[in-house]
Design a protein around this ligand. Structure first.
Ligand SMILES: C[C@H](O)CC(=O)SCCNC(=O)CCNC(=O)[C@H](O)C(C)(C)COP(=O)(O)OP(=O)(O)OC[C@H]1O[C@@H](n2cnc3c(N)ncnc32)[C@H](O)[C@@H]1OP(=O)(O)O
Length: 661
């Protein structure tokens, strides 16, 4: 971790940040920048300054570890003073001009440092962005002020609120970047640009002083008003969005410097918020999932997986096949008859089409992807596959016979994975002698969209096989979390009590729609009853049975789902559940479900004295989520996960548990 400075014969000092892998601006780097800048300003042989990053990356921003330290101690003094002291006073208002030579990425504090310079030269395809809101904070080195001044308020708001980076080519069009040049020429162009500014052949521009892109006050206020309304809907529990807009407005109304001061004040408040604690935790926790003791730290190298067979072309199988071909892994999709096979292939095609329609992929790429999946009805193609993922219905005998067949038809190195969500892997592999190659690849529906891949290992699964599946998972842009073999594995097991708690409350007399409202206001994408509608009651009953037999001591056998099925309801599938589903409309609570719930309450006899209990919203939340926390503790206690934070990531990515909580 260091900052170096070299002064050339041309009179340009090149200050270089070196803190691999992303040149994060750790406090020691910030001190180094200040020292080198002071030296450059004081040396007579320096006319201009270029600031850059070592190793092809400008900077990934302020060192996020420092937020972790502040969260633990509650003490803000660990945050260095950068915004005014370094960026405004030393760089932007310095007596010598600075040019940022940017390559790879300039994110957060990295881009803010570059915006404090008097020009920015970038290599092609460089990521530029201010993703601070995704960490529960706002930009804190003046980004809320300089970005709107360089690209206009509308674009700046979009980039900050969505934490979405742009590429340097777009940055050039917007005015964030002054020139895009090849990596080889980057330093040369930046040096001469800096000299041109020093010698007044190019303008000496302080971003903070600019107003030309801000538009009129009324225009600015209108953009901010619309953004506030949208954020209230899209990010209702996240204070940083409204704060960011307020801080931008401060600068528009009272000038950039006032904006910088307000930004600093609000930044310090947000750093201590529970939102920031949650989001920073998730940032590191997600990266930790790729470190699995005795798997990733024992010198193993992942083997190359070129061809994968997927057995079963249903919803899961076709989704898994889609995810694989999208990342250029050839797939053989096996079904038992032509009808099912055609259906599976059509689903894959439809998955790809929908990505094209939504502008997420080009037609050409979709066609290419579809060309590397082959539908088959027998095992002939299995002779050279590197991995099989079985995704047939949850039937033990069927899975057992498939796995003993696979052992015969696949090569000896082939990984034998199952997408089961409930069945014990030891039972599935019972009729084989390949237990070391058997592993769970538990995808979440829709498999080509949901980001989590729960990798289930048994005591016998070999570390090499685990590593290979983790590598495939990453290649297909999933976050693999390695878990142990138990009923429901980590996610379904932890969240089983979620619907249980909700059912229990409903039978104590609490309105199901109120329960759903409380839970979705907390931040889950929907409440437990709407989720049950979405999954279908067949799933609820099957899973319920499985858990009841494994965890009889903590299962509430609710009569409700059976009563619903008897009355002809099957949730979203047939448009009738707790809610009414009509095309194009949001689900509406169905009052005609209430008598069925009443009947269920009469059967369960849980209400004290036959009267509904009275509970607060907070109590509803705790009744539904505390049992989930308890189950997570059991999951940890039994060693199902490597570390507590793996359950957090699995919950966030598999259940869409709000990451800021
Ligand atoms: C005051 C300022 O306004 C506040 C800020 O600047 S807050 C920081 C804003 N910056 C960000 O949010 C960027 C965060 N980083 C990222 O999005 C991604 O890491 C990246 C796009 C830079 C690189 O992605 P990728 O190449 O996939 O590598 P990734 O695995 O994520 O990161 C590599 C390592 O760098 C670390 N890292 C990345 N950015 C970091 C940062 N800003 N601070 C500290 N560590 C960081 C990661 O934790 C990881 O460490 P590990 O190897 O020990 O797990």
């Amino acid at each position: 971790m260091k900052v170096t400075m070299e002064v050339g014969n041309d009179g340009v000092a090149v200050i270089k940040i070196s803190n691999p892998p992303v040149n994060a601006l750790a406090p020691i780097i910030i001190r180094g920048l200040k020292e080198k800048y002071m030296e450059a300003m004081n040396r007579d042989d320096v006319k201009a300054i270029v600031v850059t990053g070592e190793g092809g990356r400008f900077s990934g921003g302020f060192d996020i570890n420092v937020f972790g330290t502040v969260h633990k101690s509650g003490d803000l003094s660990a945050l260095p003073s950068v915004s005014v002291d370094l960026v405004v006073n030393t760089i932007e208002d310095g007596k010598k001009p600075s040019v940022a030579a940017i390559e790879g990425l300039a994110l957060g504090g990295g881009l803010e440092l570059a915006m404090g310079c008097h020009a920015r030269i970038s290599a092609p395809r460089t990521q530029l962005g201010l993703p601070e809101l995704s960490l529960g904070i706002i930009p804190g080195f003046g980004g809320t002020q300089r970005l709107p001044r360089l690209v206009g308020i509308s674009k700046a708001v979009e980039m900050m609120l969505m934490s979405k980076p742009i590429m340097s080519e777009e940055g050039k069009k917007l005015g964030l970047i002054d020139a895009v040049v090849s990596s080889e020429e980057l330093l040369k162009v930046a040096r001469s640009w800096a000299l041109d500014i020093a010698e007044r052949r190019k303008p000496w521009i302080s971003s903070l002083q600019r107003t030309d892109k801000l538009g009129s006050l009324s225009e600015a206020r209108e953009i901010l008003k619309v953004a506030r309304q949208q954020s209230r809907k899209t990010a209702p529990n996240m204070p940083q969005h409204q704060v960011c807009l307020d801080v931008i407005e401060e600068g528009v109304v009272f000038g950039g410097y006032s904006g910088v001061l307000k930004e600093e004040k609000m930044f310090n408040e947000l750093v201590l918020s529970s939102t920031s604690k949650g989001l920073v935790h998730v940032f590191f926790a997600q990266r930790l999932t790729s470190k699995v003791p005795n798997v990733t730290d024992v010198g193993l190298k992942p083997r190359h997986i070129k061809k994968v067979a997927v057995i079963g072309g249903g919803l899961m199988g076709s989704g898994i096949a889609t995810a694989l071909i999208l990342s250029n892994i050839s797939v053989v999709l096996k079904e038992i008859n032509t009808d099912y096979l055609q259906k599976g292939m059509k689903t894959i095609e439809a998955n790809l089409r929908s990505l094209v329609t939504r502008g997420k992929m080009t037609e050409d790429k979709a066609n290419k992807a579809f060309s590397i999946v082959k539908g088959v009805l027998d095992y002939a193609e299995f002779k050279d596959v590197d991995m099989v993922i079985e995704a047939v219905i949850e039937n033990i005998a069927l899975k057992q016979s498939i796995f003993s067949e696979l052992e015969k038809v696949c090569p000896a190195h082939c990984i034998l994975a199952t997408n089961t969500s409930t069945i014990d892997l030891n039972i599935i592999g019972d009729k084989t002698t390949s237990q070391d190659r058997i592993i769970g690849a538990h995808f979440f529906s829709p498999a080509h969209v949901m980001p989590l891949l729960e990798i289930v290992r048994t005591a016998k699964t070999s570390p090499q096989v685990i590593l290979d599946l983790m590598t495939v998972g990453k290649a297909i842009k999933k976050v693999p979390v390695v878990v142990g073999n138990c009923t429901g594995f980590a996610v379904n097991r932890t969240f089983f009590p979620y619907s249980q708690g909700a059912q229990f409350l409903a039978h104590l007399g609490v309105d199901v729609f109120r329960i759903d409202r409380v839970i979705s206001n907390f931040g889950m994408p929907m409440g437990p009853f709407q989720l049950q509608d979405l999954a279908g009651y067949g799933v609820a009953m099957a899973v319920g049975k499985e858990f009841a037999s494994s965890f009889a001591d903590r299962t509430f056998r609710s009569p409700l789902v059976e009563l619903l099925v008897k009355s002809g309801r099957n949730g979203k599938n047939n448009g009738k559940g707790y809610y009414i589903y009509e095309k194009g409309n949001k689900p509406k609570p169905d009052p005609s479900v209430l008598p069925i719930i009443e009947e269920s309450r009469r059967i369960a006899k849980l209400m004290p004295g036959g009267k509904p209990v009275s509970v607060t919203d907070q109590e509803i939340l705790e009744m539904v989520l505390f049992p989930v926390v308890n189950e997570a503790c059991r999951v940890m206690d039994e060693g199902v996960v490597v570390r507590a934070s793996d359950v957090d990531i699995a919950s966030v990515l598999g259940m869409s548990f709000p990451n800021y909580r």
